[in-house]
Ligand binder design. Structure first.
Ligand code: GDP
Length: 300
């Protein structure tokens, strides 16, 4: 995966150096851990996550499991893999569907994160799983956002609810509520609400998103984050966590040439699961997130 290109080669090179060694000395382990630390920091992984990660690798690599192993180098690779899986969230978390449909999914995130595109991707994926999603255009900030959702919805084969232009429906909270009501009437079992984003975290935007959350009481609030934003990821995620208390994360643009730090930090920083990954502009370039698959791609 492009987003991990450099981190991936750094880690595999570091671990490959251990292969020629029969037994590992404490200084071998320390040297390896130091290189892992450097590689993670250069990939923009948050310092707290790096500290936690390297402390665990060091402790386990110096412990019994490696000294008794027939192949210590492989054992260390396994430990690094386990730790990657752990910081990525261990198990996959799926959407929790409401017992009483419709299941309401709200999308939040900065402008350009990929929310509108994700709305289409989710709708297409959900339809493939036998659901009947309704997309709701509650991003009334950007002039073109409603139209963009309509285009994406059409490509995804999903119905889009949007306020009529010039109809006085300028309130995103009202639009979101009306969308959920329409889904009940027309028997859509999932509602996906696209909300406005700004280029930076913004108090007014956050209040608007919080008001939508309060009004429609979503089953899932997905925080959509561009994996390319590097070190800003932590502050942005924390602001959205405080503002809208999201239930899960979607990483977008994992196909890009980023350094992967956002992906590796976000679970540790927010405690919230990464639920989906978006890997391109096409509607099919999207998948449920599997921590173990991602870890093995990094160490491939
Ligand atoms: P929004 O402002 O959050 O609604 O973001 P958009 O959905 O409009 O996406 C912003 C830009 O990023 C668009 O040009 C999308 O085509 C593009 N985009 C969205 N997701 C991905 C992705 O996973 N990979 C790539 N390469 N581009 C993406």
């Amino acid at each position: 995966m492009a987003a991990f290109g450099s981190l991936s080669s750094r880690l595999t090179e570091t671990l490959a150096k251990l292969r020629t060694k029969g037994r590992l000395s404490a200084s071998d382990v320390d040297g390896t851990v130091r290189e892992i630390r450097r590689a993670l920091l250069e990939a923009d992984v948050s310092l707290d996550v790096v500290k936690d990660f390297t402390a665990n690798v060091r402790e386990r690599a110096l412990g019994e499991e490696v000294s008794k192993a027939l192949n210590p180098a492989q054992q260390v690779v396994q430990i690094v893999n386990d730790e990657l899986v752990r910081i990525l969230g261990q198990d996959q978390r799926r959407i929790e569907f409401a017992k009483q449909p419709p299941t309401v999914i709200m999308l939040a995130g900065l402008q350009g994160a990929g929310k509108t595109t994700l709305a289409g991707k989710l709708a297409k994926w959900l339809a493939g799983e036998g659901h009947t999603p309704l997309l709701v255009a509650a991003d009334l900030q950007r002039p073109n956002a409603v139209n963009q959702l309509q285009v994406v919805g059409e490509r995804a084969g999903a119905v889009v609810y949007a306020p009529e232009p010039g109809n006085g429906v300028g309130d995103p909270v009202k639009v979101a509520k009306a969308g959920v009501k329409l889904a009940q009437q027309r028997q859509h079992d999932v509602v996906i609400i696209d909300t406005a984003g700004r280029l930076g975290v913004d108090a007014e935007l956050m209040k608007q998103a919080a008001n939508i959350r309060k009004a429609v009481n979503p089953d899932e609030v997905l925080f959509v984050i561009d994996s390319m934003i590097g070190q800003d990821a932590v502050a942005t995620a924390k602001a959205f966590q405080e503002g809208v208390d999201f239930t899960g994360v979607v990483l977008t643009k994992l196909d890009g040439d980023a350094r992967g730090g956002a992906a590796l930090s976000i679970r540790g920083v927010t405690g919230k699961p990464i639920m989906f990954a978006s890997t391109g502009e096409g509607l099919d370039e999207f998948e449920p997130f599997h921590p173990d698959r991602m870890a093995s791609r990094i160490l491939d």
